[in-house]
Design a protein around this ligand. Structure first.
Ligand code: URA
Length: 232
């Protein structure tokens, strides 16, 4: 497949499209041992040997994006009523979908990809992928709230897996879950006497939400982050 050099580098995690264009113009990128200064130069994803600062560039067949989801967007590829998280990606990427869901009013880290196999692995209950949330809440939490999270509680006739509750103060906490049940953080808080007023996912597996991303912004995952998602 032929693809623009700047697009390939941006998709492989070497920076934003603007950043990689600059790097190409400065002469940091070569194709088949020749320095290329042209960002719209077309490369063959199967044959071209591309290097960046003399290091081989591995072409990623799929796309992996970290999005800082704002309030008001649904975690789906289509919705008849509300804008979707895919609408926030202002470039055409085939078959992009969110890996897992955040409620419409939940913010923070959502991984978007078109790698169906990876999504399947990450979402499978077998894999116990950790998700960490920052929570603002109202109400007086039960004294044994931390133990209740650890031991599990019944939601929809089924015991929750051990979860970690870290109380920061009387209105803020962090939660680490290894499952993704419907409104899970909100319902677990409600069971310990709290009402969640703000919820933001800050980590998915080993990937932390990049502080430099404002709500609604996204960036491509870098090679290290992609590998960490693929590790079991
Ligand atoms: N728990 C919730 O209640 N909502 C989310 O969006 C994610 C976890």
């Amino acid at each position: 497949m032929l693809i623009r050099l700047d697009k390939l580098l941006a998709h492989s995690g070497y920076g934003t499209r603007k950043e990689v264009k600059q790097l190409i113009r400065k002469g940091y990128v070569s194709v088949d041992n020749e320095i290329i200064y042209n960002d719209d130069y077309k490369v063959d994803t199967l044959k071209s040997e591309i290097s960046f600062f003399n290091e081989e560039v591995k072409y990623e067949q799929y796309t992996y994006i970290m999005l800082n989801k704002p309030d008001g967007y649904v975690s789906a590829t289509y919705d008849s009523e509300y804008p979707t998280v895919i609408d926030l990606v202002n470039e055409p990427i085939r078959n992009l979908f969110p890996i897992g869901r955040l409620d419409i009013d939940t913010r923070g880290l959502l991984i978007l990809s078109n790698d169906g196999k990876l999504a399947h692995n990450l979402l499978s209950p077998k894999h116990h992928v950790e998700k960490e949330y920052y929570v603002r809440y109202e109400g007086n939490l039960k004294k044994d709230a931390v133990e209740v999270f650890e031991k599990g509680m019944i939601l929809d006739d089924k015991l929750t897996k051990p979860a970690k509750l870290i109380i920061i103060n009387e209105s803020e906490a962090k939660v680490i879950l290894t499952e993704g049940r419907f409104h899970q953080v909100k319902r677990m808080f409600s069971n310990i006497g709290g009402n969640v007023t703000y919820l933001k996912r800050i980590r998915f597996k080993d990937i932390k939400l990049d502080d430099s991303l404002k709500e609604g912004e996204y960036r491509y995952l870098n090679a290290e982050e992609i590998n960490s998602l693929k590790e079991n």
